[in-house]
Design a protein around this ligand. Structure first.
Ligand code: FES
Length: 258
């Protein structure tokens, strides 16, 4: 199970309370990881336990007694005696609001998407209880034309240049997991986030480069790290959406004993 952020190597132990449960973890552990240690999963999109936390998606906010605001649990280290709330009414409302904004700029093609059933955005929308999106998608990145039929200046076409995977900016949530995986797992530094706010997007190399002409070595670390179908293996797309899936726990058969 993904613990949210990498483990701390400290020998000093710290005890805190998460939703009323006491947990003791090494100093330097994130609140998110400590919460997972206590058996409490906090919704998240940009954090994983294999790359350093970045704090960009803001889905993992928590409340900490004595502190103002709602800090991101993935980038907040634990401290002795800390009292954390992860499931208050306020937090649930804030998380739904964040998720609503993500979904308002995301194609709603789940049923035909190759990542259907294996998409963290989809999972988290369910986890935070999102049912409706109030925002009109007049301005978005995923339609080549707007609702009046005019060319959408914000539309960024798919990059199909790499022989092994595709990059579909329309599905990107700019969580930067691919960028950090490229740096930390592969050490290649082929990817970056260019632009700011609404215009921010993952870019391979210099402006105008595509994946094939960039420094990308096709290691697949970015594809592995992507929480949506933005970076998708071509072989998976060709296979299409599975009609059913089997959870397999060993390599010897497809029965799926658990
Ligand atoms: Fe913490 Fe994204 S998981 S900000």
């Amino acid at each position: 199970r993904d613990m949210g952020t990498p483990a701390s190597k400290s020998d000093t132990m710290v005890t805190l309370t998460v939703d009323g449960f006491e947990v003791t973890v090494p100093a330097g552990t994130s609140v998110m990881r400590a919460s997972n240690e206590a058996g409490i999963a906090i919704p998240k999109l940009c954090a994983t336990d294999s790359i350093e936390a970045f704090g960009s998606c803001r889905l993992c906010m928590v409340e900490i007694e004595g502190r103002r605001g709602t800090p991101a649990s993935c980038t907040t280290p634990v401290s002795e005696g800390m009292v954390v709330q992860t499931q208050s009414t306020k937090l649930k409302k804030l998380r739904r609001g964040v998720m609503e904004l993500y979904i308002s700029d995301h194609p709603l093609d789940c049923l035909t998407c190759a990542a259907n059933g294996d998409c963290e955005l989809q999972d988290m929308a369910g986890a935070v209880g999102l049912r409706d999106v109030r925002y009109d998608a007049k301005a978005n990145h995923f339609e080549p034309r707007n609702t009046s039929g005019e060319v959408n200046p914000d539309y960024i076409p798919k990059d199909d240049s790499n022989p092994y995977f595709t990059y579909d900016p329309a599905k990107c949530i700019a969580c930067s997991r691919c960028v950090r995986a490229c740096e930390e797992v592969q050490g290649t530094f082929a990817l970056t986030i260019e632009g700011r706010g609404w215009d921010s997007r993952v870019s391979a190399g210099m402006a105008g480069d595509d994946f094939l002409s960039s420094d990308c070595v096709s290691c697949g670390a970015c594809v592995q790290a992507c929480p949506t179908a933005t970076l998708q293996e071509k072989s998976v797309i060709e296979l299409g959406t599975p009609e059913r899936s089997v959870l397999t726990t060993c390599a010897y058969c497809g029965v799926g004993c658990t």
